[in-house]
Design a protein around this ligand. Structure first.
Ligand code: DOR
Length: 397
């Protein structure tokens, strides 16, 4: 297949040209490539082709909470948002504390075949915060990430022991930095104190840590400082924490909470300085009933690119190439996937986007079961027109 006359942008190039695809890989990238029997000509269509996105932080709720989302609706939502790879959180029912569940989820996702999915393992058994014996049975290389996302591990001795095991087994810890002893008192203190503690333990144990959804000026500055000292730390920020302050969304419930303008400014500065590795959605679908009862989080996959493009690129905080790096190139590399760049030999995974026409966010158009978002009715740019996974085109026009 040949994709012809299309504006192509990745982290290191920006030009109008052609891409030929053989099987599920990019065969050639260039200008005036020879015609093929199956050619899609984009001349005159106002669209831009990017590497499809990779999301390090997603809740598909399967097994156990499939009334909120399941692997099929989650896969469709990802694809609709321009994503072809997701890293799934383990706060399912049963909790994903067992490699049998990891294999089952990954196998079912392969069978659905719409996106690639990696299932993470919980850091403590059943998110107990105390029992980490299941980690000892893992062989080196068996699992790339462990996390208790949704909860922090309060016990310092447990966390130190987990760092030692993960170091030995070459596992990256994904930290949901929230000390629940402080959550009722001050959510800023809850995030900051655990971030500081985890950075200290990471350095002491010479481990590897990835901070999920960093949201405060203090946390991102501490991460920047640790990085500059050589601590092996990476981090992600969410589109929603970048897009709005708590005041602007009526303090819509999410963990960590929407913050203040000084926090948004610090996160953007950290993105510009290269301290932030990835933008990840924390896609957290809930029913209206569960939201009314206080469930934290929002669906994120289908509007992530639009929120980021509108806030970061149109306002000239960063270039589109930098956004591609944050949403595709670096997270793909962190998951060791052969995607994230427009380059011969890489998987033919693309998000083809319309950058110029504004649209209004309408959760009724979501493919996710979750319609929970504080951004309904907002005007944004950057609609996904097509998503290509392994050379197969899905059209959203
Ligand atoms: O708001 C959130 N919701 N934050 C999390 O970390 C977990 C997530 C969920 O699972 O609903």
């Amino acid at each position: 297949m040949l994709l012809k006359n299309i504006h192509i942008v990745d982290d290191s190039q920006d030009f109008t040209g052609d891409i030929s695809i053989r099987d599920d890989l990019i065969a050639q990238v260039g200008v005036h490539l020879p015609a093929e029997e199956n050619t899609v000509d984009f001349a005159g269509q106002d669209v831009t082709l990017l590497p499809a996105f990779t999301d390090l932080h997603v809740h598909f709720r399967d097994p156990g909470f499939t009334y909120k989302e399941d692997l099929l609706t989650g896969s469709r939502a990802a694809l609709h948002g321009g994503y072809t790879a997701v890293n799934l959180m383990p706060n399912t029912q049963p909790v994903c504390s067992d490699m049998a569940i990891v294999h089952d989820v990954e196998q079912r996702l392969r069978h659905i075949g719409l996106v690639y999915g990696n299932q993470t393992l919980s850091m403590t058994k059943d998110l107990s915060g105390t029992d980490y014996r299941h980690l000892k049975t893992l062989t080196r290389g068996e699992i790339p990430f462990v996390t208790d996302d949704g909860k922090g591990v309060n016990d310092d001795a447990v966390m130190e022991a987990v760092f030692h095991i993960c170091k030995e087994k070459d596992i990256v810890i994904m930290s949901h930095a929230e000390d629940s002893r402080y959550s009722q008192v001050d959510m800023r203190m809850a995030e900051n104190s655990m971030t500081f503690r985890d950075l200290i333990l990471c350095e002491k144990c010479n481990g590897r840590i990835h901070f999920c959804h960093v949201s405060t000026v203090e946390a991102i500055e501490a991460i920047a400082k640790a990085r500059s000292k050589g601590v092996k730390v990476t981090c992600e920020v969410t589109p929603h924490h970048l897009f709005a302050t708590g005041d602007e969304v009526n303090h819509y419930r999410v963990n960590p909470p929407f913050r203040e303008q000084c926090d948004i400014d610090a996160l953007i500065k950290a993105i510009q300085a290269g301290v932030v590795d990835a933008i990840a959605t924390d896609h957290a679908p809930h029913t209206a009933e569960d939201k009314a009862k206080g469930a934290p989080g929002m669906t994120g996959l289908e509007i992530a690119f639009s929120l980021c493009y509108t806030k970061l690129v149109r306002n000239r905080h960063i270039t589109l190439q930098k956004l591609v790096q944050l949403m595709a190139t670096t997270p793909s590399a962190m998951m060791q996937l052969n995607k994230g760049k427009i380059k011969a030999g890489m998987q033919a995974d693309f998000a083809i986007v319309n950058l110029d026409d504004p649209y209004i966010i309408d959760p009724d158009n979501f493919m996710s079961k979750g319609h929970n978002t504080p951004f309904a009715g907002r005007e944004v740019y950057g609609r996904i027109a097509y998503t290509v996974f392994k050379g197969k085109i899905h059209s959203w026009e």
